[in-house]
Design a protein around this ligand. Structure first.
Ligand code: DGY
Length: 328
């Protein structure tokens, strides 16, 4: 019997080809917005597998709508804050994500935002496109040096570590805060020192966020946090939007409480806080962290591999809830 699968948005062609003939495919091909919730609930009914994106909320309601035959939710993202994993486990539904394959691309993009924010790259581009008259000047559009500055990593897993590795050439001091401290040999090899969160805020010239979104990290960067940062500091977020209180960030940037920010993710994604759109000292990208041809191909293929393994009652390579295996 062929297993049936709902895919909520077309993946890159190579990954779609890997699905060819391997299952009965129901592909959502609606407008560019995410699949509407009522359509998701309707089309999930009776499916053996769901291949979801970070835009779909996978909760008890969706799992119930899918039905007891559902074997696997294969998420096309490393982050899985869109999925109620305990609700899946309780129903014996496997959950997978796409770790490792996007680490380097996301770390690269964090650095793109760091440099763009510190050196006012996007602002300079916008300025020239405005066709205003200009001439080189000693005080024109000054940013900050990178060398000898302190880079703070908020949440230091795979991607945070890759961001730290890239700092070597800039001659920076590296500090991090994570509730789980890295083994000391890893700290040493990356040149990272663990600090309390308040120390990270007070001492960093640049803070790059690489924490997962959890109840503990929601609004970790709020008005209080910005008040503890240097007025020359830069904040970069390539993790999840709700870790930053966006209205509070807009106010900190507007008032000069911090120097600049670079954002790839948003609190109410895809909406962007209106106040940010009017500020020149924030660089805004549309969630491009993993958006390279190589990385999206690897993510797509890994998602399909996870999905097909789950459908065939094999253990998927990136299984998040092994306890679900014993409940099936
Ligand atoms: C993820 O994988 O969690 C990113 O946000 C999108 O690639």
């Amino acid at each position: 019997m062929t297993e049936s699968v709902l895919v909520t948005r077309a993946l890159v062609p190579e990954a779609m080809r890997a699905l060819d003939g391997r299952c009965e495919l129901d592909l959502y091909e609606g407008p560019p917005e995410a699949i509407p919730r009522d359509e998701l609930l309707r089309r999930a009914a009776g499916k053996d597998g769901l291949l979801t994106l970070l835009t779909e909320k996978v909760d008890a309601e969706l799992l119930d709508a899918a039905g007891p035959q559902l074997k696997i939710v294969a998420n096309h993202a490393v982050g899985f804050d869109n999925i109620d994993v305990p609700a899946c486990t309780q129903r014996g539904v496997l959950v997978t994500n796409t770790p490792d394959v996007l680490t380097e691309a996301t770390a690269d993009l964090a650095w793109a935002l760091i440099l763009a924010s510190v050196r006012r790259v996007a602002e300079g581009d916008r300025f020239l496109r405005s066709r205003q008259p200009w001439v080189w000047g000693p005080s024109m559009m000054l940013g900050h040096d990178m060398s000898r500055k302190t880079l703070g990593i908020a949440g230091c897993g795979r991607i945070g570590g890759a961001v730290a590795r890239r700092a070597t050439g800039f001659g920076m001091r590296l500090i991090y805060h994570d509730p789980i401290r890295l083994p000391s040999d890893v700290e040493q090899s990356l040149g990272l020192a663990w600090v309390e969160f308040d120390t990270l805020l007070a001492e960093s010239d640049i803070i790059s966020i690489h924490a997962p979104l959890t109840p503990d990290t929601r609004h970790l960067f709020d008005a209080d946090a910005f008040a503890k940062m240097k007025p020359t500091a830069v904040l970069v977020n390539t993790a999840r939007g709700p870790i930053v209180d966006e209205p509070a960030l807009a106010e900190a940037l507007r008032s000069g409480q911090i120097f600049a920010a670079g954002l790839d993710v948003y609190e109410r994604e895809p909406a962007v806080e209106e106040a940010l759109l009017d500020l020149d000292n924030v660089t805004l990208l549309p969630h491009l962290g993993s958006a390279t041809i190589e990385t999206r191909t690897a993510m797509g293929l890994l998602t399909v591999e996870n999905l097909l393994a789950g459908l065939a009652d094999r253990r998927p390579p990136s299984l998040l809830n092994p306890e679900a295996l014993s409940r099936r």
